[in-house]
Design a protein around this ligand. Structure first.
Ligand SMILES: Cc1cc2nc3c(=O)[nH]c(=O)nc-3n(C[C@H](O)[C@H](O)[C@H](O)COP(=O)(O)OP(=O)(O)OC[C@H]3O[C@@H](n4cnc5c(N)ncnc54)[C@H](O)[C@@H]3O)c2cc1C
Length: 473
């Protein structure tokens, strides 16, 4: 099997259509031979980890940031651009872990949205950031009834996660959400942004502020990371090797290409998103973001109205012709078949009241590669079995809502030489994110993601092979 690496020439998403001047930047023509920390990956995870490592640090480490392709051309450069918790995710968490963890999840996401705002303000980043609400809309009665029951029970019991969530019933839901045929909806807190602009401008600030401590190298795929007996690592690329004291894997879907023990534990899932543009902006403006649930036989679309009146919307997984087109598929250089992409043609006219005469057309459609995990949570912390390697990867369909606290956690672990359990509560990251051999031992019988960001799971325990450091198949 060929090594899992980002493929060359990915399709350009709407977000990447305004390339940043750092897109193919290299701080130095040659790679440094040594450094303190190597971060692999220039998506939101890699850049925000660099930020938290360097921020207000009187003794900044020497960091080399390596990116296989151009800056931020992975999932961060191709996603829906909103940050929120789906009610269906809360429902799953309540069922599996109890209402307290659901509240912790919602609190974490709220803190992440606050942190976005704080960094954007402090660093003066121009990335269309907006604090807003989001509608989770149900188009089928069973999903609507199940979620309502869970919400009612939570409200009655006074569970904290219900406090900033409101329900919109069948009588008014079409009027309130503008979605044709809606059965019900929930209103939840959210924020939206242009993720590529956030990442590229933040990197630009870091390079200006720390020219001697941050070295960025695009088009430099890491092909192996070899631990040495003295706990340093040698990182190999086609342009040479670098010796480093510490390595951080911010490689999301591609993590098992360098850490093969994560095969089947973090794996690529190909998604699709699009940019729809009305002939003239429709007024009043859609001010909420959306998740539109078409029922268990189909799935959920996610939709982000942009400030210029255009729409970024993705999902439509049920239109993918076969499993090979998306499951463990990491090719974002090829489009989905035209009959799949045509799902977006006339979408706004079909789905939203008031858009029938908008003339909205499909400006572009693009694929993107998500890193899925069997239990749907990312793996954050020290790479199990190592002393000097860390990871934050496997963000499923919700990296915007999970990365900032994961990055802060990894940076704090490194800066203060602590373990995940020592810092998780203080940072406010969900303890479920902690990576461990025990968690890796849990293996999925069948993982079929129903929707982006939410999967139905059945976990069984399998044996751990101590020789290969892999789950036994
Ligand atoms: C179509 C789509 C829609 C989405 N919508 C949303 C949404 O609306 N809200 C939300 O919260 N989340 C959404 N997501 C998920 C979100 O985009 C991801 O969870 C998040 O961007 C992951 O960030 P990351 O930095 O971990 O990964 P990435 O952005 O993928 O970055 C990883 C980087 O590592 C690099 N890399 C990998 N391997 C190597 C190597 N060996 N050597 C060097 N570099 C390497 C890659 O090239 C890449 O640049 C969506 C994802 C997709 C694909």
């Amino acid at each position: 099997m060929p090594q899992l690496l980002p493929v060359p020439n990915p399709i350009v998403s709407h977000w990447l259509s305004e390339p940043h001047r750092l897109r193919d930047f290299r701080s130095t023509p040659e790679l440094p031979s040594e450094c303190d920390i190597i971060i692999i990956g220039s998506g939101m995870a890699g850049i925000t980890t660099a930020y938290f490592l360097l921020h207000e640090n009187p003794n900044p480490p020497n960091i080399v940031l390596l990116e296989a392709r151009e800056l931020c051309t992975g999932a961060t450069g191709r996603n829906g651009g909103h940050s929120k918790v789906l009610l269906s995710t809360i429902s799953r968490v309540v069922k599996d872990h109890g209402p307290g963890i659901a509240t912790e999840l919602q609190t974490m996401v709220q803190k992440i949205n606050d942190t976005f705002k704080q960094i954007i303000n402090e660093e003066k980043l121009d990335c269309e950031f907006e604090l807003r609400r989001s509608h989770d809309v149900q188009l089928e009665t069973p999903e609507s009834e199940q979620l309502k029951q869970m919400y009612d029970e939570g409200c009655k019991a006074g569970h904290e996660w219900t406090k900033d969530v409101s329900w919109i019933g069948p009588e008014h839901v079409e009027q309130v959400t503008s979605i044709k045929g809606a059965k019900s909806a929930f209103s939840v807190p959210a924020c939206s942004l242009w993720p590529y602009k956030f990442v590229s401008q933040l990197l630009s600030r870091l390079l200006e502020r720390h020219p001697d401590h941050l070295n960025f190298q695009t088009n430099t795929p890491v092909t192996s990371v070899d631990l040495q007996v003295d706990t340093s690592s040698v990182v190999t690329t086609p342009r040479g090797t670098i010796k480093t004291q510490k390595v951080i894997f911010a490689t999301n879907a591609y993590t098992s290409g360098l850490l093969p023990q994560f095969q089947d534990i973090i794996y690529p899932v190909r998604g699709m998103a699009s940019h729809l543009v009305p002939k003239t902006p429709v007024r009043p403006h859609l001010s909420n973001t959306y998740n539109i649930d078409y029922g268990s036989a189909k799935g959920v679309d996610y939709l982000n109205p942009r400030p210029d009146g255009s729409i970024v919307v993705g999902g439509a997984k049920w239109t993918f012709p076969d499993r090979e087109t998306w499951y463990k598929n990491s090719d974002d250089s090829k489009p989905f078949p035209s009959e799949v992409q045509s799902y977006w043609d006339g979408y706004m006219q079909r789905v939203f009241h008031g858009w029938e005469n908008s003339g909205a057309f499909t400006e572009r459609v693009w694929p993107g590669i998500q890193g899925y995990t069997p239990d749907s949570w990312p793996h954050v912390g020290r790479v199990p079995g190592t002393k000097s390697q860390w990871m934050l990867a496997g963000f499923n369909g919700g990296g915007n809502t999970m990365i900032l606290k994961s990055a802060e956690t990894v940076a704090k672990m490194i800066r203060e030489d602590k373990e995940f359990g020592d810092v998780a509560r203080e940072v406010g990251v969900l303890t479920l994110f902690g990576t461990s051999k025990e968690r890796m031992r849990k293996k999925i019988e069948e993982t079929l993601p129903r929707v982006d960001g939410d999967i139905s799971i059945r976990v069984k325990y399998t044996e751990w092979d101590t020789n290969t450091q892999h789950v036994k198949h």
